[in-house]
Ligand binder design. Structure first.
Ligand SMILES: Cc1cc2nc3c(=O)[nH]c(=O)nc-3n(C[C@H](O)[C@H](O)[C@H](O)COP(=O)(O)OP(=O)(O)OC[C@H]3O[C@@H](n4cnc5c(N)ncnc54)[C@H](O)[C@@H]3O)c2cc1C
Ligand code: FES
Length: 241
């Protein structure tokens, strides 16, 4: 059952992205997620970007409703759930789109991080100024409005003892091809229902993303035939990633 909390602030980060602060701090490892409940819409997974906030990209009915919440509105929270990132020294944090926000708590917990960030436009490069205070930031945007013009993979490889990757699955698959899998961790997204390992909805080549992940070592991900290829839709049918 979700615990009820109230929205403290709805902060617009970009035309498509909002950070929702709530009146409850969650003790979590970076990369763990919450099942967020809204009346009549049910529950969906979101990674904590602050101990008391999630950062949401508008993608469909649930995220549109989240983006429209106002201070004082109720919100249900279940978690923290899943396995997050291990702590790393001098990691390269590689983020794409809203995946950048999902790396924020890891950045704050890491010693001397460096950042490799990609998005369609400058507006998608979330927390850019905050990250610049923590370490070097390399940026690529598809329209060239910030940093180099191109995809985030054009900035790779960078030298680092460890790598954390979070973003669209095709972007993560392309990054994994360029990184040492034994020193890389990736956060996989799948449609979730129970989020406690029972229903099998979130499977990725037999791994349950909700309890075995969402963060997996690159050596495991490299062996997952489903990664970058197929996932179960809400109906349970397979669809291409
Ligand atoms: C562990 C985990 C953590 C997540 N953290 C965040 C986060 O911090 N911020 C954020 O904005 N989003 C996050 N997501 C994705 C978020 O849950 C979906 O964007 C949301 O469920 C979309 O719901 P909707 O009704 O708005 O859109 P829908 O209409 O349900 O979906 C819109 C589009 O997103 C795709 N989609 C929906 N759910 C998923 C999913 N689970 N995996 C891959 N694609 C999906 C659909 O195929 C469709 O193309 C996370 C997902 C997982 C599994
Ligand atoms: S969502 Fe049910 S097993 Fe993962």
């Amino acid at each position: 059952m979700p615990e009820m909390a109230r929205v403290l602030e709805n902060r617009r980060e970009s035309p498509w992205t909002h950070t929702l602060f709530f009146d409850r701090e969650v003790k979590c490892a970076p990369g763990q997620f919450m099942m967020v409940w809204l009346p009549r819409l049910g529950e969906k997974p979101f990674t904590l970007s602050y101990p008391n906030a999630i950062t949401v990209k508008r993608a469909g009915p649930f995220t549109e409703q989240l983006a429209a919440l106002e201070p004082g509105d109720p919100i249900g929270l279940r978690g923290p759930l899943g396995r997050g990132y291990p702590l790393m020294r001098r990691p390269a944090l590689i983020g794409g789109g809203v995946g950048i926000a999902e790396l924020r708590l890891l950045a704050l917990a890491s010693e001397k991080p460096i950042f490799v960030l990609g998005g369609r436009t400058a507006e998608e490069i979330l927390f850019h100024e905050e990250f610049r205070k923590l370490g070097p930031v390399h940026v690529a945007t598809e329209d060239g409005s910030l940093g180099a013009q191109g995809l985030v993979t054009s900035l790779l490889p960078v030298q680092a003892p460890a790598y954390a990757v979070c973003g669209p699955e095709r972007m993560m698959a392309a990054c994994l091809d360029l990184l040492p899998p034994e020193r890389t961790y990736l956060a996989i997204e799948r449609y979730m229902k129970c989020a406690v390992g029972l229903c099998g909805q979130c499977t990725c080549s037999g791994w349950r993303v909700c309890v075995d992940g969402p963060v997996f070592p690159g050596t495991w991900v490299r062996e997952m035939e489903d990664f970058g290829r197929r996932r179960r839709a809400k109906s349970g049918r397979w669809e291409p990633v």
